[in-house]
Design a protein around this ligand. Structure first.
Ligand code: SAM
Length: 264
């Protein structure tokens, strides 16, 4: 898979909402292609209808509102839903998952759909995106397992009410050193960062391994998820939070604006 900016996998390119590039697509564009049906059945099991409903929301409202590019709509299943769901094989049963930089819900909402045993928090600083995420949670009735945190990962880590997860996921958000700085403080001790990466994953491990270690992470491990199910398999860098290191004082990094979790 080609890499996006910062050595990340190519997330859906954003377009301006309401621009002429983003007319409302025909929902039929999100229909599951027959050649992917078996993979989708394996990954979503009894929740395939829910996955199809999310695919349609992404390919219609998600495009119209500029959350994903119009060219992504026909490849929602292979590049986005199946690619993200494959990561579930690295997540233990009943885990608490934080998805940093969820955007339109990738991979967090996909994992919540595929794995009803998980408790998922979607962390996203842009209001336009959290409004969409809240609406999808409503529409798909995922309230019991999904909550949306409106704010940056750095804010979630230092919030008075701890936001912590056994697993912290991130796709197309930042290079590995920055991800480790944002995500390791959100992992419970012994918990893990799972960074979905593109073809630069191995190079990033070499480049940022020392920084990851300084931030309390163990040696990064490269995984290929969904072998024999999705093509290409999803490349994931796993980092265990081995040590607790002090979080830099607020204000020493990028200025933070606080965050909130919408409660129901
Ligand atoms: C390229 S998008 C990827 C979205 C989604 N993960 C995907 O794969 O489609 C990067 C997302 O990271 C979010 N983001 C950027 N900095 C962040 C931070 N410090 N904490 C949490 N999210 C952040 C952005 O708002 C944006 O939604």
């Amino acid at each position: 898979m080609p890499s996006g900016p910062g050595g990340t996998p190519p997330g859906p390119p954003a377009v301006r909402p309401g621009s002429p590039e983003s007319p409302r697509p025909d929902p039929a564009v999100a229909v599951l292609p027959s050649e992917l049906a078996e993979a989708a059945r394996r990954l979503f099991d009894g929740r395939l209808d829910l996955a199809a409903a999310y695919a349609e929301l992404l390919a219609t409202d998600g495009v119209v509102r500029g959350l994903i590019g119009p060219r992504e709509a026909p490849r929602i299943w292979d590049r986005h839903l199946l690619n993200c769901a494959a990561v579930g094989e690295l997540i233990p049963s009943g885990a608490t998952v934080l998805d940093v930089g969820s955007g339109a819900g990738l991979p967090g909402l996909v994992l919540a759909i595929a794995r009803p045993d998980l408790r998922v928090t979607l962390i996203e600083p842009l209001a336009r995106r959290t409004v969409f995420l809240d609406e999808v949670v409503d529409e798909l009735a995922l309230h019991d397992s999904v909550r949306v945190f409106h704010g940056r990962a750095e804010d979630a880590a230092t919030w008075p009410e701890p936001v912590r997860g056994d697993v912290v996921t991130a796709r197309a958000v930042a290079p590995l050193d920055r991800l480790a700085a944002w995500c390791l403080p959100l992992a419970t001790p012994g918990g893990r960062l799972l960074a979905l990466k593109g073809s630069s994953a191995a190079d990033e491990i070499v480049e940022h391994g020392a920084a990851v270690h300084r931030l309390g992470g163990g040696e990064p491990v490269l995984h290929r998820c969904g072998e024999g199910i999705v093509e290409p398999p999803t490349t994931v860098v796993e980092v265990v939070r081995e040590r607790i290191v002090a979080v830099p004082a607020k204000g020493s990094a990028k200025k933070s604006r606080g965050g909130r979790i919408r409660r129901r």
